[in-house]
Design a protein around this ligand. Structure first.
Ligand code: GDP
Ligand code: MG
Length: 162
């Protein structure tokens, strides 16, 4: 079976945009509509000659359960099912309590986690990403999922631990 990469994080940080970028085509639903089928969506992806599954988490749960419970459910899923996890954080906002809550859960998982500092659309934004060292997950990878900036380097880091 292919290794499974879960993309987790609080709503609106750019998880689906990142998954689209990883897939190289527009397929993940960027504006999640409520509905069970939007809960988790699994796609097959390939990077540097390696195939894997990528799971876009989040969706209806945030409406039904609230953000905290939603990210907890995502993290739980990642803990149980994934071989590696990308935690997406919005670098323009910085680390929030909700981000910290996911980190706590992920720590317990013992699965490899790569930290994606998303929405770093240009070089001048890279300093913002360095604040995310505070999450204790190691190097924050500055990425613009929207423009594709930094995603290749981040995926290299993911494959190195998956
Ligand atoms: P999700 O809820 O975590 O899946 O987030 P989405 O992928 O749906 O994105 C939420 C919003 O953030 C959308 O308006 C995206 O266009 C925007 N977004 C995602 N990635 C980036 C990025 O790298 N830079 C900027 N400026 N906006 C982004
Ligand atoms: Mg989404």
């Amino acid at each position: 079976p292919l290794p499974v990469l879960a993309v987790v994080g609080r709503p609106n940080v750019g998880k689906s945009t990142l998954v689209n970028r990883i897939l190289g085509r527009r397929e993940a639903v960027v504006e999640d509509r409520p509905g069970v089928t939007r809960d988790r969506v699994t796609y097959e992806a390939e990077w540097a000659g390696r195939r894997f599954k990528v799971v876009d988490t989040g969706g209806w749960e945030q409406d039904v359960l609230g953000i905290q419970a939603s990210v907890a459910a995502q993290a739980e899923f990642a803990i149980e099912t994934a071989d590696a996890v990308i935690l997406v954080v919005d670098a323009t906002v910085g680390a929030t309590d909700d981000d910290e809550a996911v980190v706590k859960l992920l720590r317990r998982a013992g699965k490899p986690v790569v930290l994606c500092a998303n929405k770093v659309d240009g070089f001048s934004m890279e300093a913002e990403a360095t604040y995310l060292w505070s999450l204790g997950l190691g190097e924050p990878h500055p990425v613009s999922a929207l423009h594709g900036r930094g995603t290749g380097d981040m995926l290299d880091a993911v494959l190195a631990v998956m």
